[in-house]
Design a protein around this ligand. Sequence first.
Ligand code: PLP
Length: 424
Amino acid sequence: MADEIANSFLNDFAKTKQGNDTIFSCWARYQQAISDGHDAVNGTIGALLENDGSLAINQTVDRFVRNSPPIEIAAYAPLKGLPEFLDLAVTLALGDARDELESIGVHHTATASPGGSGALYLAAANYADRGSKVLLRDRHWGPYDGFLAGCGLEIATYPLLGESAGVDIDSLKSQLDELSSSQNRVMSWLNDPAHNPTGLSLTAEERMSVLRAFVDAAMSNEEVGYTLLIDAAYHLYAKEPHGWAETITDALHDGMEWPANLLITFAISLSKSHTVYGLRGGALVTIHPDQAVVDRITTVMGVTGRQTWSASSRLAQYSIAKIHSDQESGAAWSDEKTRLTEILQQRRDLFIAACDKYGVPINPTHDGFFAWLEHHDAKSIVEKCASDQVYLVPLNGGVRIGLCAIPTNQIERVAKSLSKALQV
Ligand SMILES: Cc1ncc(COP(=O)(O)O)c(C=O)c1O
């Protein structure tokens, strides 16, 4: 009855919104176990925790945020973002390849956004036709579904892994073919490197094959506009943080023609790289060989931000740009990021070794915050682990193991619990 009354106010899309976010409800369960006095392990949340369970905070960032002048906290940011921050966002997306790409005529534009989520929204709102399908891998970050549905978009998928445990390039190509024949615009989102939820990173060769698949599709269908979005939410914790910019540079040097109907865009998030999850900093960085194209995109994205959230957080933009404007503070941020990357690497190495020891068939996993166990009944695995006081997240097709949250000395216990859960 109460539902019926509520529904009388809600539109059809609002009515599809159900329940709690799975990840946050798993985290709540872990917290309940702790307050009930259990010796519980938290493998639930997507935030990097120190081994004592506290949130890892990059102290350089914290210092710069706290010492920001009142005006930088209180004032609006320019609608498209602070110029110094937009410039930094391009460097965060392209790394050292930036200069080279600029010198060979690749142009860029950046728009500030509330986190990487805001950047994904900007892309969803503008780079695909309502009612069309956006191409994802079948294992992807759950909120993608909602961002896309909210913009009237549907989803097409291809498998995370092919036969050889690398990117499933044949399925990607056949999906691109199919979408190219039925849509005027084709957008694909790829969370790489350090994929959530698996920790997978493509190799340089795989990146090149993916890029070629998009270039070939664009060359063969000149009337269709293609957008390849690289979701770089975790890239600065990966071994090849700017692999995509390097692959694009290599391809252009090898003589690849950049088709005019192909756009490449990066969703940048400061949440993890700068440990400012709550400050909501991010940007959408788009590159293309034609300056007029990026100029037009600058306008469209600025207007979209204005019509959605007004301006993004000035404090996030100001403080992070300030850190990177100075060599000493930039290096201090980087040292801390290296320390955090090493914690993740140590946990991952231990987890891979322990899974090997206990016969847990985890997916290939390389970088970032997560590891993944593919399983048809993820919920039952997660329940069995919960009875050992090991809390993980059941998602579509498998179990997400939040290495980012698990204390290093509890990693073996998680692998053991998974092994037990798989046996019973
Ligand atoms: C795959 C992926 N993309 C994007 C984001 C965006 O993060 P935020 O909006 O906090 O910057 C996240 C955060 O968890 C993520 O996991």
